[in-house]
Design a protein around this ligand. Sequence first.
Ligand code: MN
Length: 134
Amino acid sequence: MDIHPCGSAPSRRAKAEWFTGTVWQDPIVEAPAPARVRATTVRFEPGARTNWHTHPLGQTLYIVSGTGQVQTWGGPVREVRAGDVVWIPPHEKHWHGAGPATTMVHVAIHEALDGKHVDWLEPVTDAQYQGGGR
Ligand code: MN
């Protein structure tokens, strides 16, 4: 058994090539193989969001605080708030992030397939973020 004390791992700034705005990541689970589940706390400042992306085995988002936005390719921008749970099926193109004026924190839970848990795509444009289509 390992106990990872709070504060023992530094927060990570999410990479600018995969995220818009300021986003911080704190890992919860990065279990060694053969375990493949991963869980990360992700904090988005207002307006911050992921790029478009997919997950090979899907993803669950648990919204911990604030209000945020999620969108599946071809669908509307949808609001989510603390307590909501979002399931994204495998290979579904989507993004997630904060609301335009509010921070949002979620726990992202997903499994890796052959060591990979996400395939990154293009940034979400301001027009897409504002619900104005592609
Ligand atoms: Mn995702």
